[in-house]
Design a protein around this ligand. Structure first.
Ligand code: CTP
Ligand code: MG
Length: 188
């Protein structure tokens, strides 16, 4: 695989996680996931920034993005042969690119949003208020969990680990840009 093909494959692979991570800002709101409840330390379990609408909306957006990537034919056809799923389901079903994309997008979205909630749980335990930074986790929690969740179904090749350091800088750049443009209150 040449470098351009690898780049396209990497972007196509991780796009659902990126979209799933961004979506809650636009679709979030309503009842908080922790129902307002407190942890043993008398602080919110997750805080007001984690809502069910953001959680499920983010997962849905990731699944749709995955399906679109599948529809666009951007997934490697050999992709499904790498996972455990083809031992369970008919290979003919699995090789349907839209369904592969939907499944991979869903798993990445689930991983991304679980990672996001875990980050907030850690922040609240460390007494970092809503919107405060947790360096490393803010930039990478979502992408690491998205890649872990998808792995049993698609054992991505080792080169894909490059996504993790690249995401760190993409995340910093995107948030700093949002701040400069006045879309975000904080530059992280
Ligand atoms: N959001 C949501 N539901 C989620 C995740 C995010 O509704 N599961 C929305 C919230 O409006 C949140 C915004 O997206 O304020 C930005 O998300 P994030 O930066 O993850 O939350 P923070 O408000 O910074 O809160 P925390 O300190 O807990 O990360
Ligand atoms: Mg935040």
């Amino acid at each position: 695989m040449n470098i351009v093909d690898l780049f396209i494959a990497l972007v196509a692979f991780i796009l659902p996680a990126y979209f799933g991570n961004m979506a809650p800002v636009f679709v979030g709101g309503g009842p908080p996931m922790d129902g307002g409840r407190l942890w043993k330390d008398k602080r919110r379990i997750l805080g007001p920034g984690k809502t069910w609408r953001g959680f499920f909306g983010g997962i849905a957006v990731a699944a749709i993005v995955g399906a679109v990537i599948g529809l666009a034919g951007l997934y490697d056809e050999k992709l499904a042969e790498n996972g455990i799923l083809n031992n369970i389901l008919e290979v003919s079903v699995l090789l349907e690119p839209v369904l592969i994309g939907l499944l991979l997008g869903f798993l990445q979205g689930l991983g991304a949003l679980v990672g996001d909630a875990v980050g907030s749980f850690i922040k609240r335990r460390k007494n970092i208020e809503r919107g405060g930074p947790l360096w490393g986790f803010d930039q990478l929690g979502f992408v690491v969990l998205a890649m872990l969740f998808v792995y049993p179904f698609y054992a991505w090749p080792i080169e894909y680990l490059v996504i993790i350091p690249v995401t760190f800088f993409v995340h910093l750049g995107a948030n700093a840009t949002g701040y400069v443009l006045g879309l975000k209150d904080v530059p992280w």
